[in-house]
Each structure stands twice: as structure tokens, then as C-alpha cells.
Design a protein around this ligand. Structure first.
Ligand code: PGA
Length: 256
């Protein structure tokens, strides 16, 4: 049985006061609910708020992730942040390959693979995002895209390291659009993803790796998505910015 994993991706939102208030609100609502014993929960604030949010969350069991990383450990890379630095400020997870980084910033499959390997080398856990554009889905290329992004993203990643990898299937057309994938569409893509993991590694790896769904997850659609056999959690953008919405999604995860 895979433990569900719900992560909030705050993206480039909030100011210091808002980030603090959100973290404190989540801690207040979730700490006593018992739900954090049943599933894993993380928030991924902007870099500049990581230290503060780690302090606010303290020993609450709500973990911290970063939204990005650079693959080199240190040196003359102006403006970049290494995995070691993220670990140093209390991160456990790092999102790599988010569609906004692929399609807005222009990150390549190869760069994403280098980042993922740096996360693992830095003793952190990776959330590798994959997912097709609307045009790719319409052309029937969803599986081809998932296949390519998974194989290139996981290149040179060894079997034992897969215990520290979560996959997030995020159809790009569903991100921030309010157009959520149907539970059936999500299940189909997740089952396909699990099949690729079996071919890259073996059945035990493919059955153990958690696959989150992301793209317009809200409290009212979370339960149906999280009920699917191969949907092991959610990567939540917009709805992770509101205490009640995010806790609603987490509670749906805890009930499934
Ligand atoms: P959304 O974003 O929930 O706002 O659609 C999801 C994501 O980008 O991870």
C-alpha cells in the first residue's frame, strides 16, 4: 500500500507575511487532526521564504520542498541554488521538470535529468513532473510524451534511488486552467506511467513509486481523483495557497 503524498506548489506567489500566515494556518489545522500520520504532506514555497517557512512549520510533520534547483554543487553560477543549499535550509523535496520550467523557462529533458540526479546526489527526494500539452493530447501523443519525459528524466537513475523519486503526472492543459483531468484520464496516464517504470526497473519499483496527479486539483474533485488505483497523491498549485482548500484536499487524501 503506497502512502499518499500531497504537496503544495506555491509557485511565485505570496509575500513574506502571506507565506507565514499560510504555513501557520496549515500547521494549526493539520497538527491536531491526525491526518499527518496517514499521509505525507509538503509545501514548496519560493526559495526566499524557505528558511522562514521551515521555522514556522517546526516539528509539525509538514515537510518542505523547493520548486527548482541547479545541478552543480557550488561555484560560479550566479543566481542559482544547489541541492546542498536546499538541504541546509531544511528541504526534503525538490520539484524538477515542472511544466512551467519546461515550457516557460525552456528547460530541456537533459537539464531536467541533470537536476534530478543532483537532487538524489544531494540526499534529497525528487518530484519529477511529466505531462503533455493540449496539442499533444489532441494528436494522440500523450503516451509518447510521458514515455519520453520519464525515460529521459530518469536516465542514469539507479533502482535503489527510486525510493526517493515521486512522479507527478501533470497534463499541461489542466494546470491553472480549472480544467481538471477526469479520474479516468488520470488513472489511464498513471497506469501507463507505472508500466514504463516496470520496464525501466522492475515490478517492485513500479509498485512502490508514488505517482501524484497535478492540474486544477480542488477540494471538490480531489476525492474522486485520489480514489483511483494508481493516483497516489496530488501536486497542488492554486488550491495550496488557501488553508481551507489545501486542508480539504489533504483530508480527501487521508480518507482514500
Ligand atoms: P494548479 O497547479 O493546481 O494551479 O493547476 C498545479 C501545478 O502546477 O503543480
Amino acid at each position: 500500500m503506497r502512502k499518499k503524498f500531497i504537496a503544495g506548489n506555491w509557485k511565485m506567489n505570496l509575500d513574506m507575511a502571506g507565506a507565514r500566515a499560510l504555513a501557520a494556518g496549515l500547521k494549526g489545522k493539520l497538527s491536531q487532526s491526525g491526518v499527518l500520520e496517514r499521509l505525507d504532506v509538503a509545501v514548496c514555497p519560493p526559495f526566499v521564504y524557505l528558511t522562514t517557512i521551515a521555522q514556522v512549520l517546526g516539528d509539525s510533520n509538514i515537510r518542505i520542498g523547493a520548486q527548482n534547483v541547479y545541478f552543480e554543487p557550488q561555484g560560479a553560477f550566479t543566481g542559482e541554488i544547489s541541492a546542498e543549499m536546499l538541504k541546509d535550509v531544511g528541504c526534503r523535496y525538490v520539484i524538477v521538470g515542472h511544466s512551467e520550467r519546461r515550457h516557460v523557462i525552456g528547460e530541456s529533458d537533459d537539464l531536467i535529468n541533470q537536476k534530478l540526479r543532483a537532487v538524489l546526489a544531494g540526499d534529497l527526494e525528487a518530484i519529477l513532473c511529466i505531462g503533455e500539452l493540449l496539442s499533444e493530447r489532441e494528436k494522440g501523443k500523450t503516451e509518447e510524451v510521458i514515455d519520453r519525459q520519464l525515460r529521459s528524466g530518469l536516465a542514469l537513475v539507479e533502482k535503489h534511488e527510486m525510493a526517493r523519486v515521486t512522479i507527478a503526472y501533470e497534463p499541461v492543459w489542466a494546470i491553472g486552467t480549472g480544467k481538471v483531468a477526469s479520474p479516468e484520464q488520470a488513472q489511464q496516464a498513471h497506469a501507463f506511467t507505472r508500466g514504463i517504470l516496470a520496464s525501466l526497473y522492475d515490478d517492485s519499483v513500479s509498485q512502490a513509486v508514488r505517482i501524484q496527479y497535478g492540474g486544477s486539483v480542488k477540494p471538490d474533485n480531489a476525492a474522486d481523483l485520489l480514489k483511483q488505483t494508481d493516483v497516489d497523491g496530488a501536486l497542488v498549485g492554486g488550491a495550496s495557497l488557501k488553508v481551507d482548500d489545501f486542508t480539504g484536499i489533504i483530508k480527501a487524501g487521508g480518507a482514500n
